[in-house]
Design a binder for this molecule. Structure first.
Ligand SMILES: *[C@@H]1O[C@H](CO)[C@@H](O)[C@H](O)[C@H]1NC(C)=O
Ligand SMILES: *[C@@H]1O[C@H](CO)[C@@H](O)[C@H](O)[C@H]1NC(C)=O
Ligand SMILES: *[C@@H]1O[C@H](CO)[C@@H](O)[C@H](O)[C@H]1NC(C)=O
Ligand SMILES: *[C@@H]1O[C@H](CO)[C@@H](O)[C@H](O)[C@H]1NC(C)=O
Ligand SMILES: *[C@@H]1O[C@H](CO)[C@@H](O)[C@H](O)[C@H]1NC(C)=O
Ligand SMILES: *[C@@H]1O[C@H](CO)[C@@H](O)[C@H](O)[C@H]1NC(C)=O
Length: 354
């Protein structure tokens, strides 16, 4: 069709150029025709090359899918090749991606844990996506949000380059996760998502952290800004000065409740591929590799679980309550009395350093 157009324009101009016109006018017409012809031909060439290119790509997609990675058969459902809508994964299009979700509770070290994971070039953990209520209003908004994250179309400060090999989010048990457990477990099953349960062994420490954090929400101890995580020992020291008062009567009941919630979550997602990790175990020595002997999983085990290359991972976050618990509770005597002789007694002495 474009060729027809070329000849048609030429004919028109030939017809229109009168034989008796002066040389200048003839030259002008000739130049105009030439320019016009070159332009039209360049358009033709562009169209043709674009068509062949897309045909070539189509052929490539159909006939040459990504090479089958060297994995065990059971792993196949967990390996994905997302095609983001908003950009191209370019040379990483055939780098397999694993989907994960960190399932945790507030003040269990998940913020710190996530900064460690995000220190890996190939891991992108997008934060507490479901802290925003509309995203968890119902199962369909949840699925929509998850689809976007796992398709690598979610943008956050954790978004990495195209070579992401593991993508996920941090999800608190009270953020619609237990409420919509059936649909979510089904999603995890059909989409091949793995779960990392991150819990804290010492619930008393967690409770103090919850109380201190909720106090700071109003008090804003750091120059009038509320901070849940800090990056310097100085800031940590200022936040740790506040000593919450713990209702000793409700203490045991509250800790039981937390345990029940965790048990429920494990039950609901027991058929999801998962691991259970404890904050304290990672904190103690996160450089050590596998520990089948003690059963305490470390960061190296998590990298193995996500099938990313092993890296030494760093976080800039500093722990807020670093010393013995007695320093951080207003009514320590009451708390001690309440827990003595119960299954939670060991929480009183949970050792701590860095
Ligand atoms: C990981 O942490 C180290 C030390 O803080 C930093 O130099 C490096 O850039 C981080 N890497 C990534 C990918 O964030
Ligand atoms: C789910 O919630 C969204 C946002 O609140 C709403 O627009 C949508 O209609 C709801 N869908 C269903 C199926 O309830
Ligand atoms: C990790 O990322 C780097 C570059 O960012 C890339 O070269 C490498 O292939 C990625 N590794 C995996 C396992 O995807
Ligand atoms: C508060 O602000 C002052 C002045 O900007 C600064 O010197 C100080 O370090 C800040 N303190 C904290 C705890 O951030
Ligand atoms: C602890 O909580 C219970 C029940 O909410 C309340 O009755 C009691 O006064 C509280 N005790 C203290 C010391 O605040
Ligand atoms: C951590 O574990 C490694 C390897 O087992 C060991 O060499 C190192 O001393 C440990 N670090 C601490 C602080 O315990």
């Amino acid at each position: 069709m474009a060729e027809d157009l070329c000849s048609f324009t030429k004919d028109t101009f030939n017809l229109k150029s009168p034989k008796k016109s002066p040389l200048v006018l003839r030259m002008l017409v000739l130049v105009f025709v030439m320019v016009c012809g070159v332009y039209i031909c360049s358009v033709c060439v562009k169209q043709i090359s674009a068509r062949t290119k897309s045909e070539f790509l189509n052929v490539q997609v159909i006939e040459r899918p990504c090479p089958v990675p060297n994995i065990e058969p059971w792993e196949i459902p967990y390996v994905h090749y997302p095609k983001p809508k908003t950009y191209s994964r370019a040379e990483c299009a055939c780098n397999p991606v694993r989907y994960f979700a960190i399932l945790s509770m507030q003040r269990s070290g998940s913020g710190w844990f996530e900064t460690l994971l995000n220190n890996h070039t190939n891991i992108s953990s997008n934060g507490e996506v479901f802290s925003v209520k509309v995203r968890r209003s119902n199962a369909s908004t949840i699925v929509e949000t998850l689809d976007k994250i796992y398709n690598l179309d979610w943008f956050s400060s954790a978004s990495k380059n195209e070579c992401t090999a593991a993508v996920g989010l941090k999800w608190m048990l009270n953020q619609g996760l237990l409420q919509h457990q059936e649909e979510i477990a089904e999603y995890f099953r059909t989409r091949g998502v793995s779960a990392i349960f991150l819990f804290r062994r010492n619930q008393l420490r967690r409770m103090i952290s919850v109380l201190a954090n909720s106090y700071d929400r109003n008090a804003k101890l750091l120059n009038g800004t509320h901070k849940s995580h800090v990056h310097s020992p100085h800031e940590a020291e200022i936040l740790a000065r506040y000593k919450p008062l713990i209702n000793a009567t409700l203490l045991i009941r509250d800790m039981k409740q937390v345990e029940d919630t965790q048990t429920k979550a494990l039950e609901y997602f027991k058929s999801t591929r998962h691991i259970i990790v404890y904050y304290e175990d990672i904190l103690k020595n996160h450089t050590v590799r596998h520990t089948i002997v003690t059963g305490k999983l470390k960061l190296a085990d998590i990298q193995e679980f996500l099938k990313v290359p092993q890296r030494d991972l760093r976080s800039r976050q500093v722990k807020i309550h670093r010393g013995p618990l007695a320093n951080y509770v207003e009514n320590w005597d009451d708390v001690q009395k309440a827990l003595k002789g119960t299954q939670y007694e060991s929480f009183l002495h949970g050792e701590y350093r860095k």
